[in-house]
Design a protein around this ligand. Sequence first.
Ligand SMILES: Cc1cc2nc3c(=O)[nH]c(=O)nc-3n(C[C@H](O)[C@H](O)[C@H](O)COP(=O)(O)OP(=O)(O)OC[C@H]3O[C@@H](n4cnc5c(N)ncnc54)[C@H](O)[C@@H]3O)c2cc1C
Length: 218
Amino acid sequence: MSGDHYDVLVIGSGPGGATTAARVAETGKRVLILERGDFLPRERDNWDSRAVFGAAKYTADETFYDLRDRPFRPELHYCVGGNSKVYGAALVRLLPSDFGEVRHPDGIAPAWPLSYDDMEPYYVRAEHLFWVHGKHGEDPFAGVSSKDYRYPPVSPAAWRAPYAGRGRPGDHGFTMHPLRPRRRFPLPARRQGRRGMGGAPPGPDRASQPVADDQDDR
Ligand SMILES: Cc1cc2nc3c(=O)[nH]c(=O)nc-3n(C[C@H](O)[C@H](O)[C@H](O)COP(=O)(O)OP(=O)(O)OC[C@H]3O[C@@H](n4cnc5c(N)ncnc54)[C@H](O)[C@@H]3O)c2cc1C
């Protein structure tokens, strides 16, 4: 490697570094990614929320200090892929209203210098790069999407497959795989909260009525 030439050096192979490297590589530049961690071993435990979260099996063995100098162990994972190796894989867009000024009980979060429309083309590119599955147009609060996801929503049967023979996903704890939420109850409080932050008002039916549970797979 010592004699090799690289045009761009990216430090860290997490989503940020890897995305940058992928984009720069498209231009034909030679890119070198430096990663401090090793490959995460491929084993049962990194699919197990008890090992990942409960036992913090893969968490960096470091001590950080908060504002009051109290030590804590950061939830960081130093490995190829960074935190994406253990994350929830839920890649969501912010709502258009999230970019504006938001008034909280404790103060005001100022507006971003960018709008949802500025970010929208980049959301599309990220969603395609990361193989996000889903369907736009189902959330009445979501912003406009200029392109569909490349892949449809993951079916319950597909996300359940890794648990075959191990009981239902619910028996195992919560899963770390993307899935559609099971909605058996109305969500007026949360939706009202979103509306209070400046989002578009929901249609009367969708805000106050239970959403049909078409995902009942148990
Ligand atoms: C348990 C968990 C669940 C999460 N779930 C979600 C989710 O569902 N959806 C979502 O959007 N986000 C989720 N996140 C957050 C998401 O994982 C992070 O926002 C994302 O990984 C940040 O990417 P990053 O590239 O900035 O940093 P990181 O992922 O932290 O990557 C940084 C990389 O740089 C390396 N590095 C650091 N310093 C150096 C150095 N000096 N030299 C070389 N390499 C170095 C590290 O080893 C690491 O690999 C979750 C995070 C955790 C911990």
